[in-house]
Design a protein around this ligand. Structure first.
Ligand code: HEC
Ligand code: HEC
Ligand code: HEC
Ligand code: HEC
Ligand code: HEC
Ligand code: HEC
Ligand code: HEC
Length: 244
């Protein structure tokens, strides 16, 4: 029994060391030839078949890599204000606690030059290493924060749904018009949010006039009701205010 255990441990150690060496080798190769296509993560290592993770109504999928998906789900580089259930579901499932894959399991990335999807032409932008650090932080937040990023990811709206074309940059913000493409028009929004008891305590129609949505609705931090800075006695709450 002990002998078998030692052999098993030995084999495991070898596999582990081999992994390290291959990994290092791959890293060196990547440095020498940055444009070389990265190796696709085999989805099969975790999913014996896709049927068990796809919606029941979903067409049958053949293949074992991301290319099995992109034949029908061509990546969207347009940055239009719309939902992208494919992207958000892939991100939410694989960038959380259950599975935390590296971006390059599915994406190609040449720092400062391009960021695309393995096996497909096209790029979302040219994030540098510093940009990517911030982007990864916001992905981690979107996975579970309970803030706006997370509420939108759950609703099928990915980063570009708010940020528009290209990868989000450190100084990015989102203009009111962009939010209103999905939540507008403003008059309707204001009608919906008029409190029944005190109709003039309306966050979307007040003596402040037109102000940036992001004064209250923060992308990646707790949202706050600005009115309460002055009106301490008003009772108002806002979605995305607190971590869940
Ligand atoms: C390291 C393991 C791992 C790898 C590799 C992996 N997945 Fe997953 N995948 C998961 C886990 C864990 C879940 C979450 C299952 C759950 O929520 O119960 C998941 C969920 C999914 C879902 C369901 C998403 C949803 O919320 O509806 C799909 C579709 C999927 N994976 C496709 C893929 C594809 C395509 C690949 C290859 C590009 C891949 N996975 C690679 C672990 C992995
Ligand atoms: C044969 C074409 C085809 C292939 C291949 C394909 N899909 Fe789909 N997919 C569709 C269609 C059509 C829909 C919309 C209908 C639906 O939601 O069932 C869809 C919808 C989805 C959705 C959104 C479901 C929702 O909740 O709205 C996800 C996620 C998804 N596909 C993931 C994948 C993944 C992951 C792969 C690769 C493993 C893949 N698809 C391969 C055709 C395809
Ligand atoms: C399991 C595979 C997978 C992993 C891991 C993954 N992505 Fe993606 N990503 C996709 C797919 C699939 C799309 C969808 C392309 C489309 O339909 O537009 C996508 C799209 C994107 C987009 C453009 C669409 C959008 O609005 O978000 C960005 C930006 C992006 N990914 C960034 C990242 C970053 C950064 C990481 C690592 C923190 C990452 N992804 C990890 C599969 C993955
Ligand atoms: C609901 C809209 C929305 C979605 C979805 C969204 N963001 Fe943002 N993001 C914002 C807003 C608004 C700001 C500006 C900061 C603020 O006012 O909160 C911002 C700022 C940023 C910034 C710049 C500075 C900072 O705060 O980090 C980065 C980088 C960023 N977002 C990345 C992402 C990524 C990556 C995703 C997808 C996982 C994403 N965003 C999804 C709204 C959004
Ligand atoms: C691509 C369309 C789209 C864009 C752009 C967008 N949203 Fe959303 N938003 C959604 C979807 C979808 C949901 C998920 C819940 C739902 O269906 O209403 C959501 C949820 C919300 C919620 C939470 C609603 C609730 O009751 O939980 C708020 C608040 C919100 N959005 C505000 C904003 C603001 C502010 C912006 C701009 C910074 C913005 N959204 C940009 C589509 C969008
Ligand atoms: C002064 C703070 C403030 C500003 C500025 C603000 N909101 Fe809101 N928003 C709130 C509050 C508070 C709620 C919750 C209202 C409720 O529960 O009825 C809310 C709720 C929402 C909701 C979810 C409820 C619904 O009816 O869909 C959306 C979407 C939304 N805001 C979008 C926007 C957009 C888009 C802008 C910019 C044009 C904006 N908000 C500007 C405070 C604000
Ligand atoms: C910078 C401080 C400030 C902010 C922020 C602010 N207000 Fe006011 N508000 C005032 C002042 C000052 C008055 C006039 C004082 C008075 O007559 O009581 C006032 C008066 C009002 C009144 C009428 C008097 C009352 O108390 O009922 C309403 C309603 C009101 N504000 C709603 C809002 C709403 C809704 C918001 C957020 C969208 C908001 N205010 C944000 C300072 C502010």
């Amino acid at each position: 029994m002990k002998k078998i255990l030692i052999v098993v441990i030995g084999v495991l150690t070898l596999i582990f060391l081999h992994g390290l060496i291959v990994g290092e080798h791959a890293a060196t190769a990547a440095k020498a030839k940055p444009a070389a296509p990265a190796k696709q993560a085999s989805c099969k290592s975790c999913h014996a078949d896709f049927a068990s993770v796809l919606p029941k109504t979903h067409p049958e999928v053949k293949g074992t890599t991301l290319s099995a998906c992109t034949s029908c789900h061509a990546p969207d580089f347009s940055g239009k204000a719309k939902k992208n259930a494919f992207a958000t579901k892939m991100h939410m499932a694989h960038l959380g606690e259950k599975a935390n894959l590296d971006c390059t399991a599915c994406h190609t990335w040449v720092p400062g030059k391009s960021f695309g999807l393995i096996g497909v032409k096209g790029s979302w932008g040219a994030p540098t290493k510093a940009d990517m650090k911030l982007i990864k932080e916001e992905f981690a937040s979107a996975a579970k924060s309970g803030f706006m990023d997370n509420l939108h990811a759950k609703g099928g709206v990915d980063c570009l749904g708010c940020h528009g074309k290209g990868m989000p940059k450190p100084d990015d913000t989102v203009e009111n018009q962009r939010c209103l493409e999905c939540h507008g028009p403003m008059e309707k929004l204001a009608q919906r949010s008029a409190p029944k008891d005190f109709p003039d305590r309306n966050p979307h129609k007040s003596h402040l006039g037109e102000i940036a949505c992001t004064v209250c609705h923060k992308g990646h931090q707790a949202s706050t009701v600005y009115c309460l800075d002055c009106h301490r006695n008003f009772k108002m709450s806002i979605p995305g205010a607190a971590a869940k």
